[in-house]
Each structure stands twice: as C-alpha cells, then as structure tokens.
Ligand binder design. Structure first.
Ligand code: UDP
Ligand code: MG
Length: 142
C-alpha cells in the first residue's frame, strides 16, 4: 500500500462537486486516510506549486488555487500515485481519457477539478504540507 495527495481544487468545491468526486475516488478503490477544508493564501499556493514558478501559467494558477475552498485528501491504495493519476486523467480535460475525473468534470486546463501527486517522493512532501501524522487516521486518536 502507498499514499498519494489529492486536492479538490476551488472549482470543485465552488461547483458543489466534492461529494461526486470523492464518490468516484472511493469507487475506484482508494481509502481516504485524512481530509480537511482549507483556504489557501497566495503564499501557500505559491509554495505548493513552487516547482512551476518559472512557467507562464504560475501567477494565474496561484490566484486560482487561493480563490476559494480547497480539500486536500490523503489517499491509500496499491501504487496510489500512478493509480490516482490514471483516475484523474491528463492535465487538460480535452486530452483526458474517457471515464476520467478531469474528462468528466473539468472546464479547462487550469480549472481541472483535482490535483494528484506525481511521485512517491512528492506525495510524502505534499501530504506533510497539509497534514501532521497525527491527522492521518491510523495514527490519530482524539
Ligand atoms: N496548469 C495550467 N496551465 C498549463 C499547465 C498547468 O493552468 O498549461 C495548471 C493546472 O491547474 C495543473 C497545474 O497547473 O493541474 C499543475 O500543472 P502540472 O503540469 O503539474 O499538471 P498536473 O500534475 O496537475 O496534471
Ligand atoms: Mg503536477
């Protein structure tokens, strides 16, 4: 079993698609280990996407990610990173395979509903960006 980080982006929450998207994720066999609702600032969104700092879309991406509520979700499955990338589809919904979440819900290359980590190493970094180990269900007791 391995983990990945999903983020339901502000377009997903704004269009009231949280339930539908989480249902697709659970139906695909992922276990939800942790989730919360956050409002990212320009600073935190900029840090999260720092790898894209030099790209032309960076400014608008940061603005979009800090424009509304986001829902980070820690997911567990065998080969979670690649299984989740397959479930969400290509970055641009016009290029995403039929049956993928982005193909079915996304409106544009930027407003593409959901983030998914791109490697096990980045998944660990991104999970710790939003969650402490105590917030992950196996480890937390309240
Ligand atoms: N993005 C964009 N324009 C582009 C490429 C990416 O607005 O030409 C946005 C989009 O929201 C994407 C995010 O930046 O999900 C991160 O880009 P990346 O290439 O990492 O795509 P992902 O890993 O999310 O498929
Ligand atoms: Mg990426």
């Amino acid at each position: 079993m391995s983990r990945t980080l999903a983020i339901l982006k502000p377009d997903c929450t704004g269009r009231k698609l949280i339930g539908q998207v989480l249902a697709r994720i659970e139906s695909a066999g992922f276990k939800i280990l942790a989730t919360k609702m956050v409002r990212m600032t320009g600073e935190t969104a900029g840090q999260f996407y720092a790898v894209h700092r030099e790209r032309p879309f960076y400014g608008e991406l940061v603005e979009f990610m800090s424009s509304g509520t986001a829902v980070p979700v820690v997911l567990e499955k065998e080969n979670a990173v690649s299984a989740f990338r397959n479930l969400i589809g290509a970055t641009d919904p016009a290029e995403a395979d039929a049956g993928t979440i982005r193909r079915d819900f996304a409106e544009s290359k930027q407003n593409n509903i959901v983030h998914g980590s791109d490697s096990d190493e980045n998944a660990a970094i991104e999970i710790s960006f939003f969650f402490s180990e105590k917030e992950i269900v196996e480890n937390g007791r309240v």
